[in-house]
Design a protein around this ligand. Sequence first.
Ligand code: FES
Length: 161
Amino acid sequence: MKLTEQTRRQFCTHGCQAVSLAALGGAVATVLESCGGSSPTSASGGTALPTVTGAVGGGGGGITVTIDATSPLSPVGGLALVQSPAGTVLVAHTAQNTFTALSARCTHQACAVTNYAGNAFVCPCHGSQFDTSGRVLNGPATVPLSSYQTDFTNGVLTILA
Ligand code: FES
């Protein structure tokens, strides 16, 4: 009888500890989420860019992207992250039939620049912002993003990355 009562007490004690730890875990998770670690949207980190899949190859090499009416790059002002087997490139549709393509590797500490705010590309790591030509708008980065030549013919953008 006494042993059973002790066992029950131990069970309750351990059970309560487990519940407390679970509750603490939930609180920690909530705090971590509110820090914006993986959140695509935050005040300084911008909003996640739409992604577009590019192909590699073709006559002149480079990355090719078909830009039809459904592409986020279709309208002038459109921004996207082009992902291809040759790498990831930031692309902006800056004027009719004119695009810029930039390295997505941040010049501050090499994070991937994956976000935007307004018309600027934003690095989610420390908030550096770059214009569509790669120039630094806000640090801590001080060096522009590398840019690549582009060609837009018959609805296909070729990035010579
Ligand atoms: S690595 Fe991009 S701002 Fe620091």
